[in-house]
Design a protein around this ligand. Sequence first.
Ligand code: NDP
Length: 240
Amino acid sequence: MARTALVTGGSRGIGAAISKALKADGYNVAATYAGNDEAAASFTEETGIKTYKWNVGDYAESKAGIEKVEAEVGPIDVVVANAGITRDAPFHKMTPEQWQQVIDTNLTGVFNTVHPVWPGMRERKFGRVIVISSVNGQKGQFAQVNYAATKAGDIGIVRSLAQEGARAGITANAVCPGYIATEMVMAVPEKVREAIISQIPAGRLGEPEEIARCVAFLASDDAQFINGSTISANGAQFFG
Ligand code: NDP
């Protein structure tokens, strides 16, 4: 029987590429999003993948949403915690709101996404938890104290979950993308983007599909013994 995969933020950017790659590998896929109904509708039309709207920063919403997905699509075997935001500012200008929004979405959002599916994975003795972290969680980044804290936190989460889940057939791993050509990165001013590219030995941004293939591998049976790891995919920008 086909396994079921849930991808948060799975309707746009890296998440959309992950949703499509998992569907191509035969999973029943459900993708979530926060509020961009138009993008979600055109994604469903293009791919046939069902989308669900909830805020990953809210535990009750996440739990209810996940129950709905499990009732409509199937018990979740693979969960990809991908939804994420940036609210960049140099530390002396960063507001408590900017700090909290990023913590709520990128860090608490991972707890809220994985916690409701964990008991089912333990019961069924199979699970794949894949968290999309970032090169900036590995190395830190100017004006991203909030974001880097959450992405470093993701690595701590998977290393701990790996130890708790290993005997129950559950693996937990992180993927750390470098700069990828999505709306998040294309939204930065061109000059800044050129400066970013000049620091990438590969001389280019990564493609969402290159991250999706890492995720598809971690989700596969072949990756059963890979647990608590971090896959860096950054064009040689940083060795973490
Ligand atoms: P995008 O901005 O292109 O897409 C973000 C997705 O997350 C959207 O589907 C969005 O929904 C959803 N989302 C945002 N906030 C919430 C929320 N509170 N609840 C539910 N869903 C939410 O992002 P990217 O594809 O660029 O990034 C995906 C992940 O990869 C993020 O975790 C990011 O930090 C990480 N990453 C990205 C890199 C890059 O270069 N792009 C580099 C390294 C890591 P909606 O469409 O409704 O807005």
